[in-house]
Ligand binder design. Structure first.
Ligand SMILES: [Zn+2]
Length: 90
């Protein structure tokens, strides 16, 4: 590795938050994931790094513990998918 630039967009530093969330290559995927969660759970989550990367809700949205757990599982699984896509894109 000759520099610290993101190897996908070659525009920004390749920090973890950039690679997981901010890079244009993956950011639209997170929008789709959050939209799916909103539709499935009938909530209005906004995409943000805490939710997408860590599965943390920044405010209470009145979900049961089961739905909160489901939300964490979906965001965690999506993180793996997003990274997998990010690595394989050419
Ligand atoms: Zn990038």
């Amino acid at each position: 590795i000759s520099n610290d630039r993101c190897w996908r967009c070659d525009k920004e530093r390749g920090t973890l938050i950039h690679m997981f969330y901010e890079c244009d290559v993956v950011h639209s995927l997170w929008g789709a994931v959050i939209q799916c969660i909103n539709n499935a759970l009938q909530v209005k989550l906004r995409e943000n790094p805490a939710l997408c990367i860590l599965g943390i809700l920044q405010r209470k949205i009145g979900l049961s513990q089961q739905l909160l757990s489901l939300n964490r599982q979906v965001t965690s699984g999506s993180k793996h998918v997003v990274l997998s896509i990010f690595i394989r894109l050419k």
